[in-house]
Design a protein. Structure first.
Length: 388
């Protein structure tokens, strides 16, 4: 497929998407979903014409054209397939066509496959780079990781409970922008794991010596994973000892805050897209999604709909319930302040502090309700593997 032609045909009035396709993979531009904020956040993949993949530093990674369309318009998979079929003039068994076929040529010659040896060498190089960075880093609980802990403290996370094996600190990580080495910065490393538990890639959060976010264009960067890796369903596992209960938040800081306030095992999806596709362990029978409270936004039709974070949380919960797994969304029980674009559990934690937050009704009710539900299912509280 010529995904560039297909996306141009379906992009409608999304000027940011059209501009990104026309500019190509080497140039970042405004995100088509959250607009001008983080103006350099979005770009299409190098192999966009073949795969339709794209990435936003805020919204996350979209591995193919269907995922890009689902993210861009809030479509489900079936809707995306139908619209792509209509764009290239395909009809379905019942004669239904999703929209009038676009007046563009979207038939392409079969894509040339990459040399397997070249792919293997590239994968080996990526694995070595990630392995080297990881081996040179230390636990964020280590005495030498004070910069990372200063960053967390500035975010209101005044204490962290170990072991947190997948969060580490590196004193000097190179920062590259447009193929130019800007220099080295301290960095917090977050390891994303695939659904099978194997490492996927590293997210690097660049910091200053004082523990603030570094003054660079992209303070968070994801390293390219190996070609054989599974991106969808991956996350940062703050806890590996997971029993019958698992909590999920979007950002790492939000997940750490929720974990500190409730004491429950928690994973961080890192992006809304990865939250939707999260794969949970087989031992888990109850999932609590610690969602972000987003303001309503207008969709392509001008109708008010849930914000991206809340929509992702709902998609995950609906998918889990369909698999007969008990699941619920818990949003911060406060109004979004006028000077904020959203309210998440890290905001709540930072305002209240750990001890006060643990005594708040939402935290007490959460623990009590989890205990009740476990007892109804025939489990004891200890099966939750809670920290407190």
């Amino acid at each position: 497929m010529n995904w560039d032609s297909i996306l141009l045909a379906l992009a409608g009035t999304s000027e940011q998407m059209i501009r990104a396709i026309q500019d190509g993979p080497r140039k970042h531009g405004p995100c088509p979903v959250h607009g001008g904020r983080n103006g350099d956040a979005f770009r299409v993949h190098n192999d966009f014409q073949m795969t339709g993949g794209s990435v936003c530093n805020t919204c996350g990674h979209h591995p193919d054209g269907f995922a890009t369309l689902m993210w861009l318009f809030g479509w489900d998979y079936v809707k995306a397939i139908k619209e792509v079929g209509a764009a290239i003039g395909l009809q379905y068994g019942n004669g239904f066509v999703a929209s009038q076929p676009a007046a563009v040529s979207v038939v392409a010659a079969p894509a040339k496959e990459e040399d397997p040896q070249k792919v293997a060498r590239r994968d080996d190089r990526r694995a070595r780079e990630m392995g080297k960075l990881w081996s040179e880093s230390v636990s964020i609980l280590d005495r030498d990781a004070g910069i990372a802990r200063a960053y967390l403290k500035a975010r209101g996370i005044d204490r962290v409970v170990g072991p947190l094996e997948d969060l580490r600190f590196h004193p000097a990580v190179s920062y590259w922008e447009n193929n130019v080495d800007i220099g080295e910065f301290p960095a917090m490393l977050r390891l994303l794991r695939q659904p099978n538990g194997e490492p996927l890639t590293l997210e690097r959060l660049y910091l200053t010596a004082e523990g603030a976010k570094a003054a660079v264009e992209k303070q968070k960067k994801i390293m390219s994973p190996r070609s054989t890796s599974v991106f969808n369903g991956s996350c940062v596992r703050l806890d590996h000892e997971v029993g019958t209960v698992l909590c999920v938040a979007e950002g790492v800081e939000t997940a750490l805050s929720w974990r500190a306030m409730t004491g429950l095992p928690t994973w961080a999806a890192t992006t809304a897209g990865l939250m939707e596709s999260l794969v949970i362990p087989r031992t888990v029978e109850l999932v609590i999604v610690a969602g972000d409270k987003d303001p309503l936004v207008r969709d392509q039709k001008g109708e008010l709909v849930e914000g991206r974070g809340e929509r992702a949380a709902k998609i995950l919960v609906d998918r889990l319930k369909a698999a007969n797994i008990k699941a619920a969304i818990l949003l911060p029980p406060y109004k979004v302040p006028a000077d904020r674009k959203k309210l998440d559990w890290n905001d709540v934690h930072a305002i209240l502090g750990t001890e006060a937050a643990r005594q708040e009704p939402f935290a007490i009710r959460t623990r009590e309700r989890v205990k009740e539900m476990l007892e109804e299912m025939g489990y004891e509280w200890s099966s939750a593997h809670a920290h407190h």
